[in-house]
Design a binder for this molecule. Sequence first.
Ligand code: ACO
Length: 428
Amino acid sequence: MADKAILTVGDQKIELPILEGTEGDRALDITKLRDQTGVVTFDPSLGNTSLCRSAITFIDGEQGVLRYRGIPIEQFTVKPNFVEAAWMLIFGRLPKREELVRFSNLLTENELLHEGVKHQFQHIPPDAPPMAILSATLSHLACYHQELLALEDEESLEAAAARLISKVRTIAAFSYRRSLGLPVNYPDPHLRYCANFLHMMFSLPYQQYIVTREVEDALNLMFILHADHEQNCSTSTVRIVGSAKANLFASCAAAVCALWGPLHGGANVEVMEMLQRIHDGGLSPEDCIREAKDKTNPFRLYGFGHRVYRNYDPRAKILKEACDKVFHQLKRKDPLLDIARKLEELALADPYFVDRRLYPNVDFYSGILLRAMGIPTNMFTVCFAIGRLPGWIAHWKEQHDDPSTKILRPRQIYTGQPKTDYTPLEKR
Ligand code: ACO
């Protein structure tokens, strides 16, 4: 294989090194291109640009492969343990038993919110979007953990990670309780990570929510499947914000804002609304497919398509099976699952979707699984954020630890006015 490419710019010929990853990914190194030729590259959606070298997650979009730290995603589904997967993503290897126990204890120690943060919830309108609350509150945490803004060693990074991963579920549950006008439930230190979240969401003052093993496993699985996905929009946001040496709390708060968008994490809400509309008779599955294909209509088949996957998203495959399993275990049915299956069948037989290689992505079945656990639609993207937090932290750490990191600062092609003179107000 050639280890360099030759590029001709005008009458100049230059050599561009070709970088190679451990799984054979190849990239032209254009870092010296502008210095050597005066030209820059143009790739507005960054779809053809590697932002960094990363050892966290591998995706083969052609084959539908996803691995965390080299381990196929399917292997995390047997005995799903989100806390273990989180530690592994951040620190690069599976934790030893004592490391896992220490980290779990750190999560328990940090599950409470400062009363100052708690009081803030009383001033938020009850119908405030939970993603707005989540982003603002993660940012607000920096006020209470100022000793963790610099993070120059592994121990303080672990302490900050534990605060974020633990408190995010308390913040999420408090915002949900606030939206219903219910008293908040304090975390229970005797419960495991996911069971504790469900308790804070659903226990009542007179009735403890009983967490079944099936639901706890399903939530662990759901969080693990969302835990990292290399350079997606919110993770790249973490890298951009973190490259300015912004602290971890601020970088993760920014990532929540990116995740909120309907083309990214917000798609799970759009999927649910689409399925509900079909269920309520406002749209047939066939009309839905027709609208999604209509270029004059901004509607898309939400939960379908992906920038990287040109094959079935392996997370969607696992979630589809998990839905079947959980509904069977809980002896329940959900008509929206049948509608989702029907839509998938129609889309996968339609030349529009086949030709563009559009398959279900992680958002297509995740909402149905969350709904089975009693989680309302407006909390879906928040659950995505809880799951994705370890990935954001892992990327922030990887970038922070890399001495070659520079501030991320792209170029542009200026298309505005040529030089013009300022006109005083009275002459305009
Ligand atoms: N429904 C209908 N058409 C679609 C869809 C869809 N869901 N997705 C892509 N297409 C079409 C595009 O219109 C385009 O058609 P064209 O070539 O005729 O112009 C073609 O497929 C390629 O699509 P792009 O928009 O170029 O794909 P891109 O990589 O930019 O976008 C994205 C990926 C944003 C995920 C897109 O597929 C989409 O909008 N999907 C629906 C939203 C969604 O499910 N988002 C969640 C993604 S996963 C995640 O973030 C967790």
